[in-house]
Design a protein around this ligand. Structure first.
Ligand code: MN
Length: 423
């Protein structure tokens, strides 16, 4: 099977930097979506790709080797994130595929995706490791609700977060004419599956298809970095295509601003099989800015900048913590408020009679915050005709139940001394 590949990454329209990365080095293809404060996201996604090695031809177990590489990537990202202050909390998604003859081996962690276009239908091959996807599986959200959920980018699995990471695996039988799409959530969060399929069906040329997908995501707002890798599979004999875009290339994202030309990313060829890709990736200039040495933190110590915020997408534990804190606060206010209300008393009117209320003479959110404690036989209208009690209907505040009873006794006494008062 021959592979023709097109790939593109774009910063989008809202982000300061592109933390996505991709790798194209036949037979290995991958996308990674990094996250983390400062330059953490860049480093994490690049490191993950650097940890992947080009499989040996006819290696015993391609799939197992790929998963081992990914687990190693997880350890490296985690260790470096723990060692370097400004990389703390970094992480990355990774969706990778190795092609071998008629087979494609996929491995996946996070919320980037792989899709297969075959015989006019587009099928999502990977499952998002996100909170909303978990809720969909549990029947608590519909897929439609999940697609627009405000917390849809909270991921439950990433490289660089925990010591061990489960890696999803899938082996695919490849047919001539298949199109395999790897992409980050910058595409899938902005462009519907339906629309992605339409573009893939309209654009036979993979370069053009990839370009169109990125355009569509940007037109939808470009809220996130967008990365797309598209593999077109052809029969071995069906060659004769433009050799230019089918060659073996290793590419990392162009970190420069989005205005740069589409081929600005460095391309290298002819890497021996079995060699780790680190050699390829190191051809890319290291990110600017001093790197804190793990053994020499003193330099950083004195006027240390505020430590970087943990990555937005793996803060779900923190989100849960804040939800818990919020619940405690609300309950506290309710309980405290309740205790306060229970200590309040007033004299008011109930069914036309003077009555003693416990609580405060108001409503909150439609709930009365008081109840009648004691009723009397005193006619309220008569009492309100007396100057001191004209606001009786609105409630006359008392300091205690006894105080309220004293007020009632005074009303009774004042009415008794009035001509025509009740008695
Ligand atoms: Mn993203």
């Amino acid at each position: 099977m021959k592979v023709r590949v097109a790939a593109r990454t774009d910063i989008g329209r809202a982000r300061q930097r592109n933390e996505d990365a991709y790798l194209v080095h036949e037979p290995l293809f991958a996308v990674a979506d990094g996250m983390g404060g400062h330059r953490g996201g860049d480093v994490a996604s690049s490191m993950a790709l650097e940890s992947l090695s080009i499989p040996e031809q006819d290696s015993a177990d391609t799939s197992a080797a790929l998963v081992e590489d990914i687990k190693e990537a997880n350890r490296r990202v985690l260790e470096r994130g723990e060692a370097e202050r400004d990389l703390r909390g970094m992480g990355t998604t990774l969706t990778a595929v190795v092609t071998e003859g008629e087979k494609a081996y996929l491995a996946h962690v996070g919320d980037s995706r792989a899709y297969l276009l075959r015989d006019g239908s587009l099928q999502q091959l990977t499952e998002d490791h996100t909170l909303v996807q978990r809720m969909v599986r549990e029947g608590r959200l519909t897929p439609e609700e999940a697609a627009h959920h405000p917390q849809r980018s909270i991921i439950t699995r990433a490289l660089g977060v925990e010591d061990e990471v489960p890696v999803d695996q899938l082996t695919l039988d490849i047919h001539a004419g298949d199109r395999l799409l790897l992409c980050t959530d910058g595409l899938t969060g902005a462009v519907s599956k339906q629309r992605i399929q339409e573009v893939l069906e309209q654009e036979a040329d993979p370069d053009r298809a990839v370009e169109r997908l990125v355009e569509e995501a940007n037109q939808a707002g470009g809220d996130d970095n967008i990365t797309v890798v598209l593999l077109d599979f052809h029969d071995d004999q069906a060659v004769g295509e433009d050799e230019g875009s089918g060659r073996t290339v290793a590419v990392v994202p162009d970190r420069s601003p989005p205005s740069s030309s589409r081929d600005a990313a460095p391309r290298q060829e002819g890497f021996p099989r079995g060699e780790p890709l680190t050699a390829v990736m190191s051809a890319v200039p290291a990110p600017a800015g001093a790197v804190a040495e793990p053994g020499a933190p003193s330099k950083e110590e004195a006027p240390s900048p505020p430590s970087p915020a943990p990555p937005r997408r793996i803060r779900w534990k923190r989100v849960l913590l804040w939800v818990a804190v919020a619940i405690v606060l609300v309950v506290g206010v309710l309980v405290g408020g309740r205790a306060y209300i229970d200590r309040q008393w007033y004299v008011g009117v109930s069914s036309g009679r003077v009555a003693i209320y416990n609580g405060i003479p108001t409503k909150a959110l439609g709930y009365r915050l008081s109840h009648v404690e004691e009723t009397t036989d005193i006619d309220a209208a008569s009492a309100e005709r007396l100057q001191p009690y004209r606001d009786l209907a609105g409630g006359i505040t008392a300091r205690s139940l006894n105080d309220a009873r004293t007020i009632v006794a005074r009303i009774r006494g004042d009415l008794a001394t009035q001509p025509g008062g009740t008695g």
